[in-house]
Design a protein around this ligand. Structure first.
Ligand code: HEM
Length: 253
């Protein structure tokens, strides 16, 4: 991890359908903050253009995979407990807030694209065309992690990314992934400087991101195609009530 573009005191995420609007918002904030704060590191990310598909669909990442399928949903009974800091916290200013992990993960796309589609699908444990689990069905069909093939081996390989990252493999740990793609041109070696601006939200980063990342580090078939280059962990206070501002209980408490 590159310390020059990791961590920092304050994280701001600016989002807009139109990149020009996002840029203008950044400039307005920089102007207001001049003399008080300065930029330490910055990244530009993008997602599918609004309206590019006829109906809402899970986006693809730069490896071409459908990415974001098995995310906690607001309708899940345990969504709030998994994603938002509870009322029982001793840090009052973080009640109903959330913790964000932000990582720059470069993809080794030259290596990735040499692999056959079948190999790529075994790395993730899902089909590339529609994101369905290798055990069948459609994108939203649950993975059948204990199903074995005629060769006696698991259909979703033991080191498949989706298996190793799943709550079932991590004592129930889950996080809300809200990543973006990035493309910063090319590197000195000619390889694309591109990948995933990984962002995930959770109530407790030790029990969610850290737990899962440690597990991935030990045996994720996707790891040989990735380089984690920058990282930050940020406490994000809850939204402000009308007339109030974000983080007031912390700053004035
Ligand atoms: C460039 C890096 C990464 C890529 C390209 C990637 C790609 C994917 C894809 C294609 C899926 C399957 C579809 C889905 O459910 O969204 C997936 C699932 C998942 N990934 Fe990643 N991932 C990356 C990094 C990470 C990291 C760093 C973590 C957490 C430490 C993570 C956690 C998860 C989780 C929790 C799931 C859902 C597993 C399940 O419950 O089925 N991923 N990822």
């Amino acid at each position: 991890l590159d310390p020059r573009r990791s961590n920092g005191d304050l994280w701001i995420q600016i989002g807009a359908d139109d990149a020009l609007v996002a840029f203008h918002a950044l400039r307005a904030l920089q102007k207001e903050a001049a003399g008080q704060a300065r930029l330490r590191w910055q990244m530009n990310g993008f997602n599918r253009t609004p309206g590019a598909t006829a109906r809402p669909m899970t986006t693809r990442n730069l490896m071409g995979q459908v990415d974001g399928t098995n995310n906690p949903r607001p309708s899940d009974p345990d969504f709030d407990a998994r994603i938002f800091v509870g009322r029982d916290t001793d840090q009052e200013w973080m009640r109903d807030g959330s913790f964000a992990v932000v990582r720059r993960i470069r993809m080794l796309l030259d290596d990735w694209e040499k692999r056959s589609r079948r190999e790529q699908e075994r790395v993730i444990g899902r089909r590339k065309d529609n994101g369905a689990p290798l055990t069948g069905g459609s994108e939203t069909t649950p993975m059948r992690l204990d199903e074995t093939g005629a060769d006696g081996l698991p259909v979703i390989p033991a080191d498949a990314h989706a298996r190793v990252a799943a709550p079932e493999s991590n004592q129930g740990a889950a996080m809300l992934r809200r990543p973006f793609s990035f493309h910063d041109g090319f590197r000195d070696d000619g390889a694309p400087d591109a990948g995933l601006l990984f962002i995930c939200w959770q109530a407790d980063p030790l029990r969610a991101f850290t737990q899962v990342q440690r597990k991935l580090d030990r045996g994720d078939a996707l790891s040989p195609f990735l380089r984690h280059e920058a990282s930050g962990l940020y406490a994000v206070p809850p939204a402000a009530a009308p007339g109030d501002y974000v983080g007031r209980p912390l700053l004035e408490g």
